[in-house]
Ligand binder design. Structure first.
Ligand code: ATP
Ligand code: MG
Length: 300
């Protein structure tokens, strides 16, 4: 089984929540690259305190590498959505910096899939997916091949004239994913996109999402409450703790892709889920002071 929790092995890449000098090592290329891509963005001591004084995030250090499928896993209120919104540039940090390797990604380089599909109810499937292209100036005719190809990729060929109320929950989520991917973003942010779906639909969408990720090679940051989903999908699971929201520990899931139904029912998958559950449980019990100790000693 290939799993590392707070690994000291530099070949596995930087573990978030570890000492800042390890992040710096990675920055300067002193740490070995491992199988992950080059760093794409860093959160450095990022904090977010809202106007009502809620400390949603405190001292978050995080490295996202190109091509990662990184899941943010943690209890309600630990700042997962806040972290995604900060990365998307929808809100600004009140402490620290979000540092892009190279130029920051522009709007059309970042796709965002919300928990609710947030479709325009009056508009057809085609028009919903066309929207981001339209906003950047593509006419219907110019956008049509891209919209149709995208709808085919998410399994919705033939539904372009349907309106959202004619679709199932899973189909609406597929439209939402197509809308986020139609601009071919380099980074796809997803905030519990499948939480409201039944298990079978969720499995199918997980499979299809991984197929898209493998085909398109975007970087994915995926927020979930589900240990099972995070293990199935991710190259890395970033476990967060609450009050204040922070990175608690990271776990690498070094299982090759494609990950099939055989993986989902394997003893290896069950063992990885147990391991991720144990980390999550510790994160939920941890007090802020323990996290500081954890970071100093490299955890484990
Ligand atoms: N706009 C806001 N103004 C004030 N407080 C906020 C705001 N947005 C979020 N918070 C608070 O910040 C904390 C983190 O919220 P966030 O939505 O990021 O958590 P989350 O991990 O996504 O939770 P969930 O799993 O329930 O979606 C919570 O205490 C929340 O109440
Ligand atoms: Mg949330």
């Amino acid at each position: 089984m290939n799993v590392q929790v707070q690994t000291p092995d530099p070949a596995a890449g930087p573990a978030v929540g570890q000492a800042a000098d390890q992040v710096a090592d990675h920055l300067t290329g002193r740490a070995a690259g491992g199988s992950a891509g080059q760093p794409q963005l860093f959160l450095r001591s990022v904090g977010k305190t809202f106007a009502n004084r809620t400390v949603a995030l405190e001292a978050v250090d995080m490295v996202i590498n190109r091509g990662d499928f990184a899941s943010l896993l943690g209890p309600s209120g630990c700042g997962k959505s806040t972290a995604l919104r900060l990365i998307a540039g929808l809100i600004s940090p009140t402490a620290g910096v979000i540092d892009w390797r190279g130029a920051p990604l522009g709007k059309s380089d970042i796709g965002f899939v919300f928990q609710e599909p947030t479709l325009m109810p009056w508009a057809s499937v085609f028009d919903n997916v066309w929207l981001p292209l339209r906003l950047r100036g593509d006419s219907r005719a110019a956008a049509a091949p891209k919209v149709r190809a995208m709808l085919e990729q998410v399994g919705l060929a033939g539904f372009e004239n349907a309106v959202p109320r004619e679709l199932s929950g899973g189909m609406k989520m597929r439209v939402s994913i197509a809308r986020a991917l139609v601009t071919r973003p380099r980074l796809l942010l997803m905030d519990e996109p499948f939480a409201a779906l039944d298990e079978i639909t969720r499995f199918r969408l997980n499979d299809d999402l991984l197929a898209l990720w493998q085909a398109e090679r975007f970087t994915a940051i995926f927020v979930t409450h589900s240990v099972f989903e995070s293990v199935f999908l991710s190259t890395r699971i970033i476990v967060m703790a609450a009050r204040p929201g922070r990175v608690f520990e990271e776990m690498a899931v070094e299982v090759p892709y494609p990950r099939s139904e055989a993986f989902r029912t394997s003893p290896e998958y069950a063992a990885l889920c147990r391991q991720a559950s144990a980390v999550l449980e510790r994160a939920m019990l941890a007090r802020p002071a323990e996290q500081a100790t954890e970071a100093r000693h490299g955890g484990g």
